[in-house]
Design a protein around this ligand. Sequence first.
Ligand SMILES: N[C@@H](CCC(=O)N[C@@H](CS)C(=O)NCC(=O)O)C(=O)O
Length: 217
Amino acid sequence: MTDLRLYDYAASANCYKVRLLLEQLERDYERVAIDIFDGDTLTDAYERLNPQRSTPVLELSDGRTLIESNAILWYLAAGTPLLPDDPFGQAEVCRWLIYEQSDVMPMIGGLRFRLVTGRFAPDSESAQRRRTGAHEVLRILERHLATRSFLAADRYSIADIAVYAYAHLAEEAGVDTSAYHRFHDWLERVREQPRFVDDLVPYPPNASLLAGRSIYG
Ligand SMILES: N[C@@H](CCC(=O)N[C@@H](CS)C(=O)NCC(=O)O)C(=O)O
């Protein structure tokens, strides 16, 4: 009997970060597969679950639901070593959760998604703009990690989980990361954490442009 249900798309790194945390916290949960390119998020039932029609969604045993991957991370990590309990440490984590959504996800995850599903040509202006943004993200991470092992509060936390979920995909987005040595050392430190998993799957064929039905068209 599990008390958590995760509405989840296996190829989404926003969902992967929640799966990684659940694994590291040794929490049981029921996984409900949502095919975002087969119209699963376009139904009235899904809109009631999440008016933003996105994955992941976490449902608690009392029926309450949480949307937004980083809000879900925060809820699950509260009271565990993966979220500091002092206000400054929490604010540092919050800073990286915001930056992950505003910059890391669009510049690296968004670029990779659009390249591998045929929405961007590799040398298009749109791809080039995001690639420049991805290098800016990597430069900021590289600089930050010059004096730290982890992103926030001197320890492994949900800040690392959230940023890792998209940042580790930079090469798959066609971004050359070879100059970012501290970034690579940090990726390794994240992978060395107890119960680390990488169960992110490739985008299936129906994720390609015009092959499926989703909010992306
Ligand atoms: N800010 C949201 C973004 C969620 C999001 O964009 N999820 C994508 C998968 S990565 C999705 O489910 N899209 C729904 C669709 O395409 O129908 C979060 O962090 O949860």
